[in-house]
Design a protein around this ligand. Structure first.
Ligand code: AHR
Length: 376
C-alpha cells in the first residue's frame, strides 16, 4: 500500500473524521475500487470465479465477508443468501474471502480487509478462539465487525459491533429432549448406545451441540456414549467415520447423534452399505439418526424416515445482515447479541412438542408440502 493509501486508511480509523473520510472515499470511489479489485484478485481463495470483480457502482458500501468454506449444504445456503442480499443492485460491493475451513486463513483475511479499508466486515468464525488481536485491529481501524452464525470467544466485551446467530446449545437440548420423549412414547426402557459424530472441534456449533448431549447423557443413566468422533461437518468424513464405527461396533450402535446434516448423509450411506437400516424402529435393529440444520435434502431423508429428527439451524443471514448494516449507516446502535428463531422437524407422528431448557418447543411433522415451501 502506498503512503497516500496508508494515510487514507489510517485517518479513517479516527472516529471523529469517519464521515469526512467517507465523503473523500466516495469522490475517489472508482479509484479505490479499482485498487480493491486488484487486491481482491490477489487474495487467496477470494471470490468464486463466477464473481470476478469487474465493475463496481461508485457509491456502493464495501463489505468484506470472512467466509468459512463450503463444507455443508447449510454453508452453501448461507453463502448464497449473502451473495444475493449484498448485491450491487442493493448498493453493496461484497468482497468474499473463502478460508476453506482453515482458521489461520480467516485471520489473514481479516487483516487484508482491514488493509483494504472496507466499510464493514462480516465474520463467520470457524473456531471461537484466536480472535483477540485481529478484532482489536479492526476496531482501531474504525471498521465495524458483525460476527454471525458462530461466535468468538474474546477477552474484551466490545471487541466487535454485534453478533447474530444460533443458540447451538438450545438446538442440542431440543434434539436430546426429542430423543427422551420418543423413547418414552415407545416405552423403550433398555440401555441405549449412542454414537456421537462431532462437527469441527472448537466451533460454536460443535461446542453447544456437544455440551447438550454430554449433559443429557449425565441425566439419563441408561444412555451410553459408545464412541465420539470428529466428522468435520462433511459428508465424506461422516461416511468414513460411520463405516469405521460400524466395523467396530456393528449392531450395537442404536442411535447416531450427528452434529449436522452432511455428516448424517454420510452416516446414512455407510449404514446402507453395511446392510443395515436407518430408521426409528430401534427395537428391531434400525439405527436412529438425530441431525441438525434441516437442509432440503435432509428434510427429504426425514420424510423417508432415515433421519428421525432434524433440529433446524437457520442459514439465511443475508437479509438480516443487510438490515443491521442499514441500521449502522443510519447511526443507530445495534443490539449486541441476537438469536435467530429455529424450528424442529420429525418423521414421527404424534410427538408435537418437547420441553428443553425450561420451555416448551413445537415439533413439526415433515410433509412433502412443508419441504416444498422451504427456502433451502
Ligand atoms: O455453523 C453452522 C454449522 O456449520 C451448520 O450446522 C453446519 O452444517 C455448518 O457447516
Amino acid at each position: 500500500m502506498n503512503s497516500f493509501m496508508s494515510f487514507l486508511f489510517d485517518t479513517r480509523g479516527c472516529t471523529g473524521l469517519r464521515l469526512a473520510v467517507r465523503i473523500l472515499r466516495s469522490r475517489l470511489r472508482l479509484f479505490l475500487l479499482l485498487i480493491i479489485a486488484v487486491f481482491a484478485a490477489a487474495l487467496s481463495g477470494c471470490r468464486e470465479p463466477k464473481e470476478e470483480p469487474v465493475s463496481v457502482p461508485g457509491n456502493n458500501i464495501t463489505v468484506g465477508y470472512v467466509k468459512i468454506g463450503s463444507e455443508s449444504d447449510w454453508r452453501i445456503a448461507c453463502n448464497r443468501s449473502l451473495d444475493e442480499a449484498f448485491s450491487a443492485d442493493n448498493g453493496y460491493y461484497l468482497l468474499v474471502n473463502d478460508a476453506q475451513q482453515k482458521p489461520e486463513k480467516q485471520v489473514k483475511a481479516m487483516r487484508e480487509f482491514i488493509s483494504l479499508g472496507v466499510d464493514y466486515i462480516l465474520l463467520d468464525p470457524i473456531m471461537e478462539s484466536g480472535w483477540d488481536a485481529s478484532l482489536s485491529e479492526a476496531r482501531e481501524a474504525g471498521i465495524p465487525v458483525i460476527v454471525f452464525d458462530r461466535e468468538v470467544d474474546v477477552k474484551e466485551p466490545g471487541a466487535y459491533t454485534a453478533w447474530i446467530g444460533s443458540d447451538f446449545r438450545l438446538e442440542g437440548d431440543r434434539a436430546c429432549a426429542w430423543l427422551s420423549a420418543f423413547l418414552e412414547k415407545q416405552k423403550y426402557d433398555q440401555p441405549l448406545n449412542i454414537l456421537h459424530l462431532q462437527g469441527t472441534i472448537g466451533s460454536s456449533a460443535q461446542i453447544g451441540r456437544t455440551a447438550a448431549l454430554m449433559d443429557a447423557i449425565d441425566d439419563h443413566p441408561d444412555w451410553n456414549l459408545i464412541d465420539q468422533q470428529p466428522g468435520e461437518f462433511t459428508t465424506a468424513k461422516g461416511k468414513e467415520i460411520m463405516a469405521q464405527m460400524l466395523d467396530k461396533y456393528g449392531s450395537r450402535i442404536q442411535v447416531v447423534y450427528c452434529e449436522n446434516d452432511n455428516m448424517a448423509y454420510g452416516a446414512i450411506e455407510a449404514i446402507h452399505e453395511a446392510g443395515m437400516t436407518p430408521g426409528t424402529d430401534i427395537k428391531n435393529g434400525e439405527i436412529l439418526i438425530l441431525s441438525f440444520d434441516a437442509a432440503r435434502s435432509a428434510m427429504e431423508r426425514t420424510l423417508r424416515g432415515e433421519i428421525a429428527v432434524d433440529t433446524e439451524c437457520m442459514p439465511l443471514y443475508g437479509p438480516r445482515l443487510v438490515q443491521m448494516i442499514d441500521q449502522l449507516e443510519k447511526g443507530e446502535t445495534l443490539q449486541f447479541r441476537n438469536y435467530v428463531p429455529e424450528e424442529q422437524f420429525s418423521a414421527v407422528d404424534g410427538l408435537t412438542s418437547v420441553e428443553a431448557a425450561g420451555e416448551e418447543y413445537p415439533v413439526t411433522l415433515v410433509t412433502k408440502e412443508l419441504i416444498g415451501g422451504r427456502e433451502y
